[in-house]
Design a protein around this ligand. Structure first.
Ligand code: GLU
Length: 127
């Protein structure tokens, strides 16, 4: 079962998000990601595996820094355990983390003709 945490406030959101996700690790997960509003843009960092793998990736690729953010630990139900399937998912200006299953995602996907999907998840159709 996944974990979701959001933060808005005066602190840098990243440590808050990571600490929150750590408290939810007991629920089980296979990948993790965060999206953070930084200087008018949203930066995403995600990785398969453990939270520590995400932290290591951010150390080499850059740690987002902003006061608003959302974090997710994923337990895959639709789509393999890959970076592209890790949450958050983004479509235009919409960034989404999701817990659970969208039972009719195949029907919804079929209706969204012409839309390019970047993951194999059910969740992305919601965005
Ligand atoms: N169904 C979604 C996925 O496979 C969300 C799974 C979850 O609750 O973590 O990405």
């Amino acid at each position: 079962m996944c974990g979701i945490i959001g933060y808005t406030g005066h602190q840098n959101s990243v440590p808050v998000l990571l600490e929150g996700l750590r408290t939810l690790e007991y629920r089980g997960y296979d990948s993790a990601g965060i999206a953070v509003f930084e200087d008018g843009k949203i930066k995403v960092a995600k990785e398969k595996g453990r939270l520590d793998d995400l932290v290591e990736k951010m150390k080499s690729e850059g740690v987002p820094n902003g006061h608003i953010g959302v974090g997710h630990t994923r337990w895959a139900t639709h789509g393999g355990v890959t970076v592209k399937n890790a949450h958050p998912h983004a479509v235009g200006d919409v960034y989404l983390v999701h817990n659970g299953i969208i039972e009719n995602f195949r029907e919804l996907k079929a209706e969204l003709k012409g839309v390019k999907f970047n993951s194999d998840t059910d969740s992305e159709v919601l965005a």
